[in-house]
Ligand binder design. Structure first.
Ligand SMILES: [Zn+2]
Length: 70
């Protein structure tokens, strides 16, 4: 056994991780919690990506076309 390099032990330095983008899907409006559209297949908690003409679930690939009858 040779001399081992000294390994730092103890607490890891705190990393300031970015919060999940998931929480951006919740907004407070007039004291009420507003949720972004969620996936009907995956249930609440799984949000849909909103495009200009459709909404899409990245988890189950559910796509719903929003009708533009303007
Ligand atoms: Zn889904």
């Amino acid at each position: 056994m040779g001399v081992k390099k000294s390994v730092k032990k103890g607490k890891k330095p705190h990393k300031n991780n970015k919060p999940s983008q998931r929480y951006k899907k919740y907004t407070l409006e007039d004291g009420k919690l507003k949720r972004a559209p969620t996936c009907p297949r995956c249930g609440p908690g799984i949000f849909l990506m909103v495009a200009k003409d459709r909404v899409y679930c990245g988890k189950c690939h559910y796509t719903e076309f929003t009708q533009n009858n303007n």
